[in-house]
Design a protein around this ligand. Structure first.
Ligand code: SF4
Length: 318
């Protein structure tokens, strides 16, 4: 399988409170066709910014994003328009991403109008009804006329998924797609995303702060901390033999349905260091219970420790 998308040394500087934050720092990864790559970490670690950079919703300060072997930053206006049909995003908050003034059917069909993909209104409505049925907005004719405030949160999230899929994309950046949904419908939405991936032959970049969710859907996972990828690999390797102490701490915080279970390694309770002035050396060192002397002085590189399992930690430096 070819690699449709690859990033190289992505950097992004943002201004926050009049100070410069390196939200994404030297981030490189590839996504293979048909896989689900998870991007996980705490709030503010740069995972959403990374997702927006690869769709060119943000411009990087430096670095590359190659799609089908070409840098997307070399694309002209028409090529960008065509690329946007193939790369879609599902935003976290369906309330913010659906206009209260547009009916659900109109909102879902809107990308077809913008990209002029249908001959007439009847064809547009037919495609909209078809995708609404696929995401479980049934009966579609009923939901087509509804406004976002007239349907439930789970139904709004289905509408946002339908709007992304109506363009027949190749890659979908799913930015915490179930985080805002009611706990009772999260599992159903996740199952729907798995089912749609198979049916439409999709590739996902799945952004989440919840490793339990990532474990259910991802083939590979990259863990981010303060703008950097600190561990990346096949999900079963990362989940069963995590290398980086930060990943171990995140895994230890995943809830276990056993009242007798006692955690051996709780996640460090300290505040996340300020991204404006990140710690020297390894950025995790102020919270790391394994830290060595060199950890606060030298920054470890992301290295392959076998089977494409990468980690940036001095503990594994020979
Ligand atoms: Fe901890 Fe040092 Fe590894 Fe950083 S490099 S995670 S501080 S042991």
């Amino acid at each position: 399988k070819h690699f449709p998308l690859q990033t190289g040394f992505l950097d992004n500087l943002l201004t926050r409170k009049k100070q410069v934050v390196r939200a994404v720092d030297d981030v490189s990864f590839h996504i293979c066709k048909g896989e689900v790559l998870g991007l996980a970490g705490e709030s503010g670690c740069g995972k959403t910014t990374t997702g927006r950079l690869i769709l060119r919703l943000l411009e990087p300060t430096s670095g590359e994003v190659d799609y089908q072997g070409r840098s997307i930053f070399d694309y002209g206006v028409e090529e960008m328009r065509q690329m946007r049909e193939k790369l879609q995003i599902i935003f976290q908050d369906p309330n913010a991403s659906l206009s209260p003034r547009m009916s659900v059917g109109y909102a879902i069909s809107h990308p077809l109008m913008i990209h002029n993909l249908c001959q007439n209104a009847a064809e547009r409505k037919e495609r909209t009804i078809a995708i609404m049925e696929k995401v479980g907005l049934n009966p579609a004719q009923f939901f087509y006329r509804k406004y976002p405030h007239q349907i439930s949160g789970g139904q709004r999230q289905r509408a946002v998924i339908a709007r992304a899929l109506i363009m027949n994309p190749e890659l979908v950046v799913a930015d915490e797609p179930i985080a805002m949904a009611d706990v009772s419908v999260r599992a159903t939405l996740l199952e729907l995303m798995v089912h749609l991936k198979e049916e439409f032959d999709l590739t996902y970049l799945f952004i989440t702060h919840d490793l339990a969710t990532a474990k259910y859907i991802c083939n590979r996972i990259a863990i981010m901390y303060l703008g950097k990828i600190v561990e990346m690999g096949p999900y079963h390797d990362v989940f069963s033999e995590a290398l980086h102490p930060y990943t171990k701490a995140l895994l230890a915080a995943v809830p276990v349905p056993d009242p007798q279970f006692r955690r051996k390694e709780p996640i460090p309770k300290d505040e996340i260091p300020d991204a404006i002035n990140p710690p020297s050396g390894c950025r995790f060192h102020p919270r790391c219970s394994y830290r060595l002397k060199r950890c606060s002085e030298e920054e470890p590189a992301l290295k392959d420790h076998g089977n494409n399992h990468f980690a940036a930690c001095w503990l594994y430096d020979s």
